[in-house]
Design a protein around this ligand. Structure first.
Ligand code: KG4
Ligand code: ZN
Length: 399
């Protein structure tokens, strides 16, 4: 006996418009719960707005909202087509304008596009729609939430609200287009490191979480981006800092003490972290270096500061990660978020996991950044509901 469930998942919490279709098949004759559920990625389409936000030095919320409104329907259509679930109607139906008018009263760009899409296509063979309800940028989140309300109403389907951070925790599951629940021993510590978050969460079981501590000010990715800006590197600065730091290291040169940066709260004895101090220290350092060189930074100054910044951040994260493991009975370390793409941090986390002889679960680079597949993996485990108000009520759900 097989139990099959297919869902569409939508993610618009920041600057990626992303849609996935996932199918779970449970073989009820299999008594091993881990191998009983098989997951198939039927489609995954992500449209990044990052280029549009570069001139603003960060994600500009209302621009993000406008882009999501313009593109979300096309991304959904592409994903359904990729999954083989998009069927044009021989003759377009008519849609009662009041049906979606109220739900999308604030999405005037989206309303005509999605109305056309609905009237021109058959209802796809899916069981529910999952959507990120928070945390994230509110104007951006609303586009995904209201798109989901509109489609659920037009297609008469239930919905599944998903917490974005749970998505990041589960992003390590989807190692291929087909997978089953990974054999990561629990309880584990999830470390979520992104442009908006830096936090330790205890994973008691998949679906049961407890916040342990995190940044008291800037997120780690934000610190990377702001430090990069001080150094004249364009947004998003994380990957650029990473590249220049590696280049500096490969020269084998020792770091001149004048580039040293502080490690705020490293000795606080708890899991609180602070990154705004490092960012400010970079600003003072840059001012000092410029003053010593006729108002300009040399290439060596930039590369040495990148290396110094990255090692400072990595030292803080290493100390806090050890503390998180020691203060819980963690059997695994689970990483999620865009900053997980950083090679130095990945290597540091691997060596900390080896030190304690615990498992390390990392997402692929593609699934480190925001994506709908992780939302699909989290959503397909959860109950669907016909009560659309849960999407609104949980709009800013936090751990
Ligand atoms: O998870 P994500 O895609 O979006 C948020 O939810 O924030 O993370 C984006 C963040 C940006 O701050 C970016 O600079 C950072 O991840 N990032 C990196 C690297 N790649 C992306 N930071 C350091 N090193 C990297 N290689
Ligand atoms: Zn994220």
């Amino acid at each position: 006996m097989e139990n099959v469930r297919t869902i569409l998942a939508i993610e618009t919490s920041c600057d990626e418009t992303s849609v996935a279709v996932i199918r779970r098949t449970i073989d009820s004759s299999d008594h091993d719960p881990d191998s009983a559920a098989r997951y198939q990625v039927l489609a995954h389409v992500t449209l990044s707005q990052i280029e549009l936000h570069v001139p603003y030095g960060g994600v500009f919320p209302n621009l993000a909202r406008r882009e999501h409104e313009t593109n979300i329907t096309h991304v959904i259509a592409d994903a359904l087509a990729q999954a083989g679930l998009l069927q044009p109607k021989p003759t377009p139906s008519t849609l009662n304008p009041e049906l979606l008018g109220e739900i999308l009263s604030r999405e005037q760009i989206l309303l005509p596009i999605i109305s056309d899409f609905i009237t021109q296509h058959e209802i796809p063979a899916i069981d529910a729609i999952a959507v990120t309800v928070g945390p994230g940028l509110e104007p951006a989140l609303w586009v995904g939430i209201n798109t989901t309300r509109a489609l659920a109403t037009a297609w008469n389907l239930p919905v599944i609200p998903v917490n974005h951070m749970e998505g990041h925790i589960l992003s390590c599951w989807a190692i291929d287009t087909e997978f089953s629940a990974p054999s990561i021993p629990l309880p584990g510590i999830a470390l979520l490191i992104s442009g908006g978050h830096t936090e330790f969460i205890q994973v008691n079981s998949w679906g049961s979480y407890q916040y342990l501590g995190g940044t008291v000010d800037d997120a780690i990715g934000e610190a990377f981006d702001k430090a990069a800006r001080q150094l004249g590197l364009a947004y998003p600065g994380g990957p650029k800092i990473s590249k220049l730091a590696a280049e500096f290291e490969s020269t084998g040169a020792a770091l001149d003490p004048k580039y040293e940066l502080p490690r705020p709260m490293i000795n606080s004895g708890d899991l609180r972290m602070s990154f705004s101090g490092i960012k400010t220290a970079v600003r003072y350092l840059v001012d000092k270096l410029k003053a010593a060189n006729g108002g300009e930074l040399t290439d060596h100054d930039i590369a040495a500061t990148c290396y110094s910044f990255e090692t400072a951040v990595s030292d803080v994260m290493a100390r806090k990660t050890r503390l998180a493991i020691e203060s819980t009975a963690a059997q695994s370390l689970i990483i999620g978020g865009g900053v997980a793409a950083n090679a130095r941090l990945r290597a540091m986390l691997q060596s900390v996991a080896n030190e304690y002889d615990i498992a390390l679960a990392l997402p692929t680079n593609q699934l480190s950044t925001d994506n709908a597949l992780m939302i699909a993996v989290a959503g397909i485990q959860r109950e669907a509901t016909r009560d659309l108000s849960v999407l609104v009520a949980q709009g800013n759900l936090q751990f």
